[in-house]
Design a protein around this ligand. Structure first.
Ligand SMILES: Cc1cc2nc3c(=O)[nH]c(=O)nc-3n(C[C@H](O)[C@H](O)[C@H](O)COP(=O)(O)OP(=O)(O)OC[C@H]3O[C@@H](n4cnc5c(N)ncnc54)[C@H](O)[C@@H]3O)c2cc1C
Length: 275
């Protein structure tokens, strides 16, 4: 199929971008890496008459590392963030998770903001932002606002972003020295979206267990547990009791099994990886 006709605008500043959004409203859609939107246009699942290509907007293109967080401009490609984290030995958990996103050619085009704005329940960056209790900055022609991950992701492909708002940056808090972390996921082929993914963060006796692919938004549990045995018992309890979605890609039984087995694997290996 061919997309419906549209006009492309290429703003150079955030101000220009938000003014276009306020001018065209629901007719307009932002395009970043286009990895998701272009197929949607081609299949006419999305039929905007205006595309706002934000790739040239300077305010959306920086990676800024601070003492306690990494601020990533919305149009930073996933590959650029991946390289930055490797070259700067920064943020081990994010660095572990990003290579699981699709394949490198897709990460070359796919942006950090595009992934967060799209809010796929299995997306690694959506899980990372939720597990780390990070936040996003949104802007329209009147104001900028900060929304924490827990309030931003509302459902599968649904967020708190309003129709006229541009996602400006995504902020990933850093972990404290000696925090232990782990990440793994199960998918049918390398590069596929995960059926289930698990991120774990442990600081002394405080554990965070975060799961992608189980529900319409990442599930994050914080627990104070004094031993690995207690942690193993906790994940068994979780896998048996949480609501788990069922769809043509996997039964709820398979997802429960993966939730438990992957969690057990991480708990046993957690000492190996340190922030
Ligand atoms: C074959 C394939 C496999 C993939 N596998 C994975 C995977 O395993 N894990 C994973 O996490 N992802 C995966 N992806 C998704 C991909 O990595 C991108 O994250 C995703 O396509 C969105 O990023 P994008 O920059 O391409 O956004 P686009 O396609 O340009 O946009 C996506 C949506 O976000 C909106 N949007 C984009 N930027 C902004 C902004 N700044 N402000 C407001 N709204 C905005 C757009 O309007 C659109 O609705 C896969 C994609 C493909 C094609």
């Amino acid at each position: 199929m061919k997309s419906a006709p549209f006009v492309v605008h290429q703003p150079k500043s955030l101000n220009e971008a938000v003014m276009l959004f306020s001018q065209y409203g629901e007719e307009a859609k932002i395009i970043a890496g286009g990895q998701t939107l272009v197929p949607m246009l081609a299949m006419r699942i999305a039929t905007p008459s205006i595309l706002i290509d934000v790739n040239e907007v300077k305010e959306l293109s920086d990676i800024v590392e601070k003492d306690d967080c990494i601020e990533v401009g919305a149009v930073v490609s996933q590959a650029r963030l991946e390289d930055y984290l490797i070259n700067h030995h920064a943020h081990t958990l994010l660095a572990e998770m990003i290579p699981w996103i699709a394949h490198r050619p897709i990460r070359n085009r796919g942006t950090v903001g595009g992934s967060i704005a799209h809010a796929d329940p299995s997306a690694e960056l959506v899980l990372a932002l939720s597990a780390l209790n990070g936040w996003v900055i949104l802007a329209n022609h009147r104001q900028q606002r900060k929304v924490i991950a827990q309030d931003f992701f509302l459902g599968a492909l649904q967020t708190d972003r309003q129709m006229d708002e541009v996602l400006v940056k995504v902020v990933f808090p850093k972990l404290m020295i000696n925090t232990q972390i782990g990440f793994t996921e199960y998918g049918y082929r390398h590069g596929d979206f995960a059926v289930v993914s698990v991120a774990m963060i442990k600081n002394e006796h405080d554990w965070i267990f975060a799961y992608g692919g189980i529900d319409d938004i990442p599930l994050v549990f914080k627990e104070r547990l004094t031993s690995k045995e207690e942690a193993l018992r906790f994940v068994t309890h979780l896998a048996n009791t949480v609501n788990v979605r069922e769809d043509p890609t996997a039964s709820s039984g398979l997802r429960r099994h993966l939730m438990q087995s992957q969690s057990e694997l991480l708990i046993k290996q957690l000492d190996i990886v340190k922030e």
